[in-house]
Design a protein around this ligand. Structure first.
Ligand SMILES: Cc1cc2nc3c(=O)[nH]c(=O)nc-3n(C[C@H](O)[C@H](O)[C@H](O)COP(=O)(O)O)c2cc1C
Length: 163
């Protein structure tokens, strides 16, 4: 089973959970990079102008056969009730996706924000096979791992059923 994880993580929370999932599933982990991390007024102005002129998404990912994965896990923090912009920008490029897509979401809320799941479900055009959720309060204690085996079962059982 070829499993890939593609995630965006600004501060590192989603990356931390993604690394655990990669370990458990033997998956390849890839990050969406936002290239221009310069700060300040001039840098922000330059980014906005280049975004307006090129209309290209300002994100980079490694070139992988995403659509040929048996399972693709897309990871994002909640941002203003949606998936993070870099992941939405990547999905806007209409990459080939496999039938089985699972989600990894982190946020400050006690339970998984349904608006983020709905946002991603619409953007990927299919129901996710499973959703892994970790809140920021659960991360230091690792309490989110109590849901890990259920998530892995859903990923693997559904793979076995359709293989
Ligand atoms: C700009 C911004 C917007 C956010 N919006 C939300 C939100 O709408 N709901 C929520 O529960 N958490 C929100 N958060 C908190 C992040 O989702 C949370 O800290 C997440 O774990 C960060 O993941 P990361 O370390 O992978 O970037 C927001 C954080 C930032 C910086």
């Amino acid at each position: 089973m070829t499993c890939r994880i593609l995630l965006y993580s600004k501060v590192g929370n989603t990356l931390k959970v993604g690394e655990e999932l990669a370990w458990e599933l033997g998956a390849q982990l890839h990050e969406i990079e936002v290239p221009d991390c310069e700060d300040g007024f001039r840098a922000r102005l330059r980014q906005r102008i280049s975004a307006l002129l090129s209309k290209e998404p300002q994100v980079y990912t490694s070139d992988q056969p995403w659509g040929k994965s048996d399972l693709l896990i897309l990871g994002t923090p909640a941002c203003a009730g949606r998936a993070a912009l870099p992941l939405r920008q990547w999905l806007a490029t209409r990459p080939a996706l496999p039938d089985r897509v699972a989600l990894l979401i982190t946020s400050e809320e006690a339970s998984c924000p349904s608006s983020v799941v709905e946002d991603l479900t619409r953007l990927i055009g299919r129901n996710p096979v499973a959703v892994m959720y970790a809140s920021t309060t659960e991360l230091p204690t690792g309490a989110w791992k109590s849901r890990l085996s259920q998530f892995l079962d859903l990923c693997v059982v559904r793979y076995r059923q359709s293989a």
